[in-house]
Design a protein around this ligand. Structure first.
Ligand SMILES: O=C(O)CCC(=O)C(=O)O
Length: 285
């Protein structure tokens, strides 16, 4: 099972992510990893509660989180696969910490739609709070591929627009379904067909959506892995999704979370390489 990305992370990947806030990374995990994780996903499907916590979207699709917290394949994947390195190299972090995973499996003919949203609900601010969504099945237009609004993260960062408790409570997304037909809409909708072992990496501020599975034979399965890099800071506000084992409200606002059992360091840029991250905040001085 590969410990380093199966294919190198390129400057193009880094530039695409910086520009669009989302990038498709082809064949990052080898067949052995994929077979192990496909088997693990089937086990979760047969007994979700034994493996993690079901999410609000659990029902017509399998939606189970916190799988990496128990010993087993999901934890092995976090610590022994190249997931952390992939994330760190693309987003330009020197340190990557894990905090959340979530299995999303849409069985054949699942009507489950994931409405447009961004993953602002974590108790962190900053720019390095990405989601690495690893395809464990073929993913295509028919079975519920994820669509993204490329570049929207820049609008959010430049205007300080975060909805929900992390924001000022007034920000709302436009109706992205309607904007699809608006030739004047300044952002691109992007999506990719994926094969098992491909992954899509996206920024916390990137809106995304997936329709139901219209295939009567092909399930669509992906493992979302949420991590933080150096440029992420505690946001101790009521209403944000907790990190299990952490009293979020007791954390110091604006300080980078120290590595811990609940937020373990899973990748550190080798000391032989130049640092990629330049702290710009006062706390770093
Ligand atoms: O798998 C999906 O369709 C949705 C995934 C998602 O919303 C997420 O990973 O944040």
């Amino acid at each position: 099972m590969n410990k380093e990305p199966l294919n190198p992370i390129t400057q193009q990947d880094i530039d695409d992510y910086a520009r669009d806030g989302v990038v498709c990374l082809r064949q990052m995990f080898d067949a052995e990893w994929i077979a192990k994780m496909q088997e693990a996903a089937r086990a979760v499907e047969s007994d979700p509660e034994a493996y993690g916590q079901t999410g609000p979207s659990h029902g017509a699709m399998i939606s189970v989180a916190h799988l990496w917290r128990k010993p087993g394949p999901f934890r092995d994947f976090v610590f022994n696969s190249p997931a952390g390195e992939i994330v760190g190299r693309v987003i330009g972090a020197d340190n990557v910490q894990m905090f959340h995973d979530h299995l999303f499996r849409k069985p054949p003919l699942s009507p489950s739609i994931m409405q447009w949203h961004a993953d602002h609900l974590w108790p962190f601010t900053g720019t390095m709070i990405p989601n690495l969504w690893v395809a464990l099945s073929p993913v295509n237009k028919e079975n519920g591929q994820i669509e993204f609004v490329a570049g929207y993260h820049k609008f959010c960062i430049e205007t300080g627009s975060r909805f929900g408790p992390a924001g000022d409570g007034t920000f709302r997304f436009p109706d992205f379904q309607a904007e699809r037909d608006n030739p004047g809409f300044p952002f691109r909708f992007v999506t990719w067909d994926l094969e098992p072992g491909d992954a899509v990496l996206f920024h916390v501020d990137i809106p995304h959506y997936s329709k139901g599975n219209d295939s009567d034979t092909l399930a669509r399965t992906g493992l979302a892995m949420r991590m933080i890099g150096d440029d992420s800071y505690w946001c101790p506000r009521e209403g944000l999704t907790p990190v299990p084992g952490v009293d979020v409200l007791a954390q110091p606002e604006g300080v980078h979370p120290a590595p811990s059992e609940n937020l373990p360091l899973i990748w550190h840029r080798p000391d032989s390489e130049p640092r990629a991250f330049t702290p710009s905040r006062q706390e770093a001085a």
